[in-house]
Write a protein that binds this ligand. Structure first.
Ligand code: NAD
Length: 334
């Protein structure tokens, strides 16, 4: 039986997910879409021959919608996730789960009170085959116990409204989640170093920022988050273990030797980098929703990412190291 999905938000990623559900994922269809920009949502509904509903509340409550995807702006996420929980409908919420860690906790409380895991957070990197291979290499003991991580998140350029905090909450948050998932450890401390600003970044934007995290066993992590690299969208990650290292391969497999040079292309936009990971994320989610057992990143992971981002922001603003206390994952989320 087909899963009927309602999509809230028909902007950039929302449209991509609508295309994905319609063209890539088997056993699912887009049953309805909505957006505060009714004209945009209407056009998208026509394009994909689906229904436009005038509000997110109506979409979530609609008997024609079995499960929901939230792809609207960050501050709207918590409210819509709560509405899905009230309706006992599974929801895939784009990151971040909520704007604050306290809001995430309220979602956790509501989900536990409902008695059923309903929420997945859009940390799609967990479905990227190269990160999965890195994690497998660590688990197989190929590099011994991890000691350090050097990671980097470079955007070619940033949107005009980008802020210093978004460097952490919007971009850095993917690094926060994927490293925590790969190392299977919680963070205990956060620090941010800032230095000379790239004068190609917007005036007043502190760019780049160097995020420093430490995990409970003492693994040291540094992540360069660089919003105006000027040359492309470039995600790198190297884990240094006691007996070896493992590194994320470059996404472009084509190696070119030509005119006295050897090299490969670098992607220019984020939307090109994790296409397969998004596809896999949705395939898994649809299959999990159908069998009634979600296995992807959950509300607890959304909370852990949010509390870590908050600690990093405080650490940067106060110029100090800030302890992080994520707490114990409730049995409900095991
Ligand atoms: P966007 O601005 O292109 O689209 C967002 C859409 O949401 C807009 O069309 C807007 O009109 C609509 N919207 C805003 N408030 C709404 C409301 N109350 N109800 C219904 N619709 C509303 O932004 P985007 O780049 O598509 O990002 C959307 C979300 O997806 C953000 O939360 C962002 O953080 C997340 N995102 C995640 C990834 C990822 O890698 N997982 C990538 C991009 C975006």
């Amino acid at each position: 039986m087909e899963l009927n999905i309602g999509v809230i938000g028909t902007g950039g990623i929302g449209r991509d997910h609508i295309r994905r559900i319609t063209e890539v994922v088997a056993g699912a269809r887009v049953a309805a879409v909505t957006d505060i920009d009714a004209e945009l949502a209407g056009t998208v509904a026509n394009q994909y021959q689906t229904r436009f509903l005038p509000s997110a509340e109506e979409l979530i409550q609609s008997p024609e919608v079995d499960a929901v995807v939230i792809a609207s702006w960050d501050p709207t996420h918590a409210e819509y996730v709560h509405a899905c929980i009230r309706e006992s409908k599974q929801v895939l919420c784009e990151k971040p789960l909520a704007s604050t860690a306290d809001d995430c906790r309220r979602i956790i409380d509501a989900e536990i009170a409902q008695g059923k895991k309903l929420v997945q957070v859009g940390f799609m990197r967990r479905y990227d085959k190269d990160y999965l291979s890195m994690k497998a290499a660590i688990k197989q003991g190929n590099i011994g116990a991890p000691l350090m991580v050097h990671a980097c998140h470079r955007n070619r350029t940033h949107i005009a409204s980008h802020t210093n905090d978004m460097t952490i909450t919007n971009s850095g948050v993917h690094e926060i989640d994927i490293l925590r998932w790969m190392l299977e450890e919680e963070y205990v401390s956060a620090q941010v170093l800032t230095g000379k600003c790239n004068h190609y970044a917007a005036h007043g934007l502190q760019d780049p920022q160097l995020l420093l995290l430490q995990t409970e066993s003492g693994i040291l992590i540094n992540v360069e988050v660089n919003m105006a690299s000027g040359y492309g969208y470039d995600i790198q990650c190297e884990i240094v273990g006691e007996t070896g290292t493992v590194r994320l391969p470059d996404p472009s497999a084509l190696q070119l030797r030509s005119e006295g040079r050897h090299g490969f292309g670098i992607l220019s936009e984020w939307s090109q980098r994790f296409v397969e990971a998004y596809d896999n994320e949705f395939k898994h989610w649809v299959s999990d929703v159908k069998r009634g057992k979600l296995t992807g990143p959950d509300s607890w992971d959304g909370y852990a990412a949010c509390i870590t981002a908050e600690a990093l922001i405080r650490a940067r603003n106060e110029g100090t190291a800030v302890p992080i206390s994520i707490g114990t994952r409730p049995a409900f989320y095991h």
